[in-house]
Design a protein around this ligand. Structure first.
Ligand code: UDP
Ligand code: MG
Length: 257
């Protein structure tokens, strides 16, 4: 992967990978093709999220042979959101693109993301799903229910939002300064309030393997999204606590008289 002039902006591409050993090579080749058209310097930060397959061996190979590739390995599987954080902490670019590494976020969109960032003055250029791609009915229903609840409780409209986006250094630094542990990345980037523009994209098919997200993991992320974006659950617990307290006092009082 060749560099252009050292004075041009640097774009980092951060990709969390879990059990994606089968197609790391193909991913890098697609990235190389796409990044050649950008006219910026770039680096690729590949984060192995504790994969049991040969993902780490493939990433290490790539980092040894390609000078713009940096390899990060997490000690165990922490989940995509935390793998993303680890990548963001290491990215050095003036802008950072975050994307999935299974082919569902097409690298061919990178030149458009970079062009919009350079010409529009926006701090975030986010790729928004035209449709949800191939997914089970249960997944689609679950996602829709989550977005409706989140919208009702917090006012944020995240339907169609994805983790495929370019964020300016200002946003990355603000994000890192928050040091949030319960991360719901797509929600938090919206919450930070930076100037955002959207470009629609078609979710590609997964290149190989299967999704690393179990239903339980998705439910946990949904819970993090709801509890970090709305005080409603907290108020509900307080309300229920008060009712039980009053009931208990009433009960004791009745026994007493
Ligand atoms: N991923 C990860 N850690 C995990 C699960 C997934 O880093 O525990 C990565 C995965 O390798 C991919 C991206 O996150 O690059 C999106 O994951 P996946 O395709 O499994 O999710 P889906 O497309 O089903 O939402
Ligand atoms: Mg996927």
């Amino acid at each position: 992967m060749d560099n252009v002039s050292p004075t041009t902006p640097l774009i980092s591409v951060v990709i969390p990978l879990y059990n994606e050993g089968l197609h790391v090579k193909e991913l890098l080749s697609d990235l190389k093709t796409a990044l050649q058209h950008i006219g910026c310097r770039f680096e690729v930060v590949l984060v192995d999220d504790g994969s049991p397959d040969d993902t780490w061996a493939k990433i290490k190979d790539a980092a040894q042979t390609l000078r713009n590739v940096r390899a990060v390995r997490l000690s165990r599987n922490f989940g995509k959101e935390l793998a993303l954080c680890a990548g963001l902490e290491r990215a050095q670019g003036n802008a950072v693109v975050v994307m999935d590494g299974d082919g569902q976020h097409p690298p061919s969109l990178l030149p458009l993301l970079a062009d919009k960032w350079m010409t529009s003055g926006a701090d975030i250029v986010e790729a928004v799903k035209r449709s949800r791609g191939r997914e089970s009915l249960a997944s689609k229903f679950g996602a829709l229910t989550f977005y409706v609840i989140l919208n009702k409780l917090s006012g944020f409209e995240l339907k169609g939002a994805s983790d495929f986006k370019l964020i300016d250094r200002r946003v990355v630094d603000t994000w890192l300064a928050m040091r949030e542990r319960n991360v719901f990345f797509r929600g938090m980037t919206a919450w930070m309030g930076f100037r955002t523009i959207q470009i629609p994209f078609e979710v590609g098919p997964r290149r190989a393997g299967k999704s690393g997200w179990s239903y339980l993991r998705r439910a946990k992320l949904a819970l993090i999204g709801i509890t970090t974006f709305s005080s409603f659950p907290l108020r509900l617990v307080t309300f229920a606590g008060t009712i039980f307290f009053l009931f208990a006092v009433g009960w004791e009082f009745k026994r007493f008289i």
